[in-house]
Design a protein around this ligand. Structure first.
Ligand SMILES: Nc1nc2c(c(=O)[nH]1)N[C@H]1C(S)=C(S)[C@@H](COP(=O)(O)OP(=O)(O)OC[C@H]3O[C@@H](n4cnc5c(=O)[nH]c(N)nc54)[C@H](O)[C@@H]3O)O[C@H]1N2
Ligand SMILES: Nc1nc2c(c(=O)[nH]1)N[C@H]1C(S)=C(S)[C@@H](COP(=O)(O)OP(=O)(O)OC[C@H]3O[C@@H](n4cnc5c(=O)[nH]c(N)nc54)[C@H](O)[C@@H]3O)O[C@H]1N2
Ligand SMILES: [Mo]
Length: 904
């Protein structure tokens, strides 16, 4: 496969365009000037700036072709920079400049050149020959949106923003209207960004080659001192971010194109919501509460106070009177040290983290079915799947970059099935939306299995070769009363049958699931039934299939890997096993390890109420705000002798602490986060720690030393040292090194030679040897059984795009301007039946208490179902959530709360 550039022969790659070919050969991404082209977008070929001359034979008759969308072919002769071409490029750009502000042709002194200005310079336009059009002068800038600004007088009609909005984000907010000189970009029905349904992802700003679209931070034209690549602190997608710094301050964030995870895209939290980092509310000094008031102390005073108290409590009541909550927002190295402090320096397995209130059932359920509790495949597989089964997850809000990819796939026509009690935007787009009653997951999955078996769409070869207990499962399913399940779920048999057939018939089907599965009384069981579905159809161990939990926090996968749970240590080894205790004791250089399983978060809170637990050490969790049944949590906290909270901010939880330790944020430290695809990625320090804060890792090492354990890597915390220790302790991370992680990280298991693992259980080769089917019946939640009569509505709680969990960080950014409150979505008929108007404020009551919240009429919820979010302390929704949890893991049932509501 040979083609020629200026008569010199080169090999070309199958499927390459002429532009890609020239860029590769010349090893220069600017080898050819471009204007409407963006690597992240489909090639468009409209501006013709990238034109080259092309001939079929050497020095033969040439044609002018746009190189960006012309595929290269055998024996083609390309002349990229002939005089004619150079003249053509100049002409095109000069014509564009006829309706472009003359003072924007060259960059101003205090700004970097925009991509368009770079193109102008590359083509070499000393002055504009044609008189300027005046159209641009009449266009008013739009500066209402807190992040995104437009000044369309600088628009060159390249369409990149319109295409980015559609092709990258899957929104269709931006469009083009008018003709000739009147052609212009419009937002929604020709309004402002604010009034349109824009999701503020900023993809349009990043691709716009001029300053027609910019962001508040002028990221595109920043003259940064340095740009540091790091991993986002918000959700489990793990976007890579390029953070620009001037004078030690963060000034803007862009999404690097070279990022495998996010491919040059990110959401409004990743790109814009960084202002929390130097917000005046940041905790900057350690504080001890004296006579009910916090007083600033030195680090030494704080450490001495904590160490003395912890030793006292341990002496008086034993190590099991102490517990720790670790942070999925902190790095792997810090989580590793935290669990080590609790286990080794204190001597108890009372260590847990936010997975308990989140995806613990996923880890448990998938371990029962397959042997490993993590995602089987990678997000990249979306490019190769034929069907997407989205069960109890709303990635458009929770995992926006993955959500955008799923939305693209839906729009391109992949078979799409959504099971969700809410009509989410993906549910609306899907081929099949099974809008079940909240809490009936086991029933609907049994229905789907019933029809797959009935239609004989099972993969007998896969079942026979790689799994066990299918016969029991089949018998169980055969005996189900399908009419009863129809009534329970509220989903018709016909719809369930169609969806089941669509899933089972797909050559490759990917399952994605979220909290709609796990935060339920039957959470773990649902996970095992989702595993059944994949196994019975052979959708495991190939590209484009699998069970893919959309893990929540930036590092919740990592925290669990590091041993943040009371029954398994670093690397998921069973701490009840004496051989494993011996293994850890040797690795940690101590005589012995604690011998029995520790308590889970809800058990620790109960133990506090019963007086058995006396101290809690909390690193980066806002337990009071985010755990269910707030008054219960408060009661537990009030009973403790010592509460230490390591935080960025004063939260509802830190308010209750005896000692508050100011931690550095992810911008201020090195380390790694592990995303939902088991991908360990680097977190690189961008700026120095704010105020007198310290990285969590340093705080833990300091305290361990005060408690009598010397971290073998020394008293100065360095994430790279801890990584070496982690690689030595965790068997499936043997080949992990900081250097090997490179720019895009590695997916565990990482073999000794550094090979990583994008896919698990290949060809039915299950981690636990053989895949196991489980059978379960639907069981009504005790919440409904006990309180359903008195409180007839089911409240389900989830999240909005703009805010992140307790909102501690996002509420301290302009995201709060975009969305400033939690609202209750109510079906209009339910509200009207109580005589309550849209936007009125109501009281919502459960068995635990009541909260006050404005309502919004919404047909996205069925009658009898209410939905809201838990981001704003003004509402404090967890006051009314309950104590029912998943039977196996105790994960709270945030998704089924029996309530009623009334006019205030
Ligand atoms: N913007 C934003 N992103 C976030 C977060 C955030 O707070 N804000 N939090 C992060 C965290 S910690 C997590 S864990 C993830 C969570 O991300 P998701 O798992 O997507 O979480 P939710 O939106 O809480 O719930 C998912 C869906 O489950 C549905 N659901 C509720 N009950 C049921 C049911 O009985 N059956 C079924 N099938 N579905 C049900 C809900 O209607 C909702 O659409 O998001 C992460 N990303
Ligand atoms: N009603 C209802 N409640 C829910 C849920 C729901 O769906 N409905 N979802 C649940 C789920 S899935 C989850 S995961 C939990 C999340 O609950 P939390 O883990 O409590 O939520 P976050 O807001 O992420 O809180 C983490 C805290 O860590 C701090 N932080 C950030 N970075 C660092 C750092 O580097 N070091 C330290 N020390 N601190 C840091 C932040 O300031 C923040 O206060 O909420 C649960 N609560
Ligand atoms: Mo979560």
């Amino acid at each position: 496969m040979t083609a020629y550039i200026n008569n010199i022969a080169y090999e070309f790659n199958q499927g390459e365009t002429i532009l890609e070919f020239i860029r590769r050969i010349e090893q220069d991404k600017n080898a050819i000037p471009t204007m409407c082209q963006d690597n992240r977008l489909e090639n468009f070929g409209s501006c013709r700036v990238c034109s080259v001359e092309v001939a079929r034979e050497k020095d033969g008759v040439t044609k002018t072709m746009a190189s960006c969308h012309t595929p290269i072919s055998e024996g083609l002769y390309i002349y990229p920079h002939t005089e004619r071409i150079q003249k053509l490029r100049k002409n095109i750009v000069e014509l564009v400049l006829t309706d472009y502000p003359s003072d924007k042709v060259f960059p101003s002194d205090n700004k970097s050149a925009t991509p368009f200005q770079k193109t102008i310079a590359q083509i070499g336009i000393p002055n504009v020959r044609y008189p300027q059009g005046k159209n641009h002068l009449n266009i008013q800038p739009d500066r209402e949106h807190p992040y995104i600004k437009s000044d369309l007088s600088q628009c060159i009609n390249c369409f990149r923003c319109v295409r980015a909005c559609e092709e990258i984000q899957g929104e269709m907010i931006l469009g083009m209207s008018g003709r000739g000189f009147a052609t212009n970009i419009i937002k929604g029905f020709d309004t402002t960004f604010n009034l349109s349904a824009c999701v503020s992802c900023g993809a349009c700003v990043q691709t716009c080659p001029t300053e027609a679209l910019t962001d508040k931070f002028e990221t595109k034209t920043l003259k940064a001192d340095k740009t540091v690549r790091t991993t986002c602190t918000y959700c489990g997608v793990g976007c890579q971010l390029d953070v620009s710094v001037i004078n030690g301050e963060i000034k803007g964030i862009q999404a690097p194109e070279t990022a495998e995870v996010n491919e040059g895209h990110t959401c409004l939290k990743g790109r814009f919501a960084f202002q929390f980092y130097n917000h005046p509310d940041r905790l900057k000094e350690p504080m001890i509460k004296k006579n009910g008031k916090f007083e600033v102390v030195t680090w030494d005073e704080a450490y001495d106070f904590i160490a003395k108290k912890l030793k006292e409590i341990k002496n008086n009541y034993g190590a099991d009177a102490i517990g720790g909550f670790s942070s999925s927002r902190a790095t792997n190295e810090e989580n590793y040290l935290m669990q080590k402090m609790i286990r080794v320096a204190i001597g108890t397995n009372n260590i847990d983290g936010c997975a308990r209130v989140c995806h613990a059932p996923t880890a448990f359920g998938m371990q029962q079915s397959f042997g490993t509790g993590a995602a089987t495949n990678s997000i990249e597989d979306l490019k190769q799947t034929d069907a997407i089964f989205l069960f109890g997850a709303n990635p458009v809000k929770g995992h926006p970059v993955t959500g955008a990819k799923i939305k693209q796939a839906f729009m391109k026509g992949v078979t799409s099935i959504v099971v969700d009690p809410i009509k989410t935007s993906l549910a609306e787009l899907a081929d099949y939306h099974l809008q079940i009653r909240p809490g009936t997951n086991v029933a609907i999955l049994n229905m789907l299995a019933y029809f797959i078996i009935k239609e004989d769409l099972v993969n007998h070869h896969f079942i026979n070769s790689y799994t066990e207990k299918y016969e029991e499962f089949k018998e169980h399913v055969d005996n189900l009363d399908i009419n009863e399940l129809e009534k329970l779920t509220g989903v018709s048999k016909e719809l369930a049958q169609k969806a089941a057939i669509a899933y089972a018939k797909a050559e490759r089907a990917m399952e994605f699931h979220g909290l709609g599965v796990t935060e339920h009384f039957q959470g773990s069981k649902t996970v095992m039934l989702l595993s059944n579905l994949a196994m019975m159809t052979g959708n495991i161990g190939r590209k484009g299939v699998g069970l893919n939990p959309l893990r929540g926090q930036n590092n919740v996968q990592g925290a669990a890997d590091m041993g943040v749970q009371p029954h398994q240590g670093a690397g998921y080894l069973d701490i009840n096993d004496p051989k494993i205790q011996q293994y850890y004791a040797e690795k940690y250089g101590v005589d012995k390890m604690p011998e029995h399983e520790g308590l889970k978060i809800p058990q620790m809170l109960n133990a506090a109420i019963n007086g058995k637990l006396k101290a809690l050490y909390i690193m980066g969790e806002d337990t009071i705000m985010t755990d269910p049944n707030t008054n219960h949590s408060i009661k537990a906290f009030e009973n403790l002798e010592l509460i230490v909270v390591q935080e960025l901010f004063m939260t509802a939880t830190s308010e209750m602490a005896d000692v508050v330790l100011p931690a550095s944020s992810y911008f201020e430290k090195n380390g790694t986060f592990t995303n939902g695809e088991r991908r360990i990625q680097r977190v690189n320090k961008v700026i120095e720690p704010i105020g007198n804060t310290k990285p969590d890792g340093q705080i833990i090492i300091d305290l361990m030393s005060r408690l009598g354990y010397q971290q073998p890597t020394g008293l100065t915390y360095d994430a790279k040292d801890v990584i070496k220790e982690i690689a030595d302790v965790i068997p499936f991370m043997k080949g992990l090194t900081w250097e090997r992680l490179g720019e895009n990280g590695l997916q565990w298991p990482i073999l000794e030679d550094g090979t990583d693992t994008p896919m698990l259980h290949i060809n039915g080769n299950f981690k636990k040897g053989i895949g196991t089917f489980h059978s379960f019946d639907f069981e009504e939640s005790p919440e409904i059984v006990s309180h359903g009569k008195k409180y007839p509505f089911i409240l389900t709680t989830g999240r909005e795009l703009e805010h992140y969990n307790s909102g501690t960080m996002t509420r301290r950014t302009d995201n709060q301007t975009i969305l400033s409150e939690d609202v209750l979505e109510v079906h209009p008929k339910d509200a009207i039946s109580k005589g309550i108007n849209d936007n009125e404020t109501v009281r919502v009551i459960s068995d635990r208490g009541s909260v006050v919240i404005p309502i919004k009429y919404s047909k996205n919820v069925k009658r009898g179902v209410l939905r809201t979010t838990f981001h704003q302390p003004e509402v404090f929704i967890n006051i009314i959530t309950g104590s029912v949890g998943d039977k196996e893991t105790l994960t709270p049932e945030y998704k089924v709360v029996a309530v009623d509501f009334e006019r205030l």
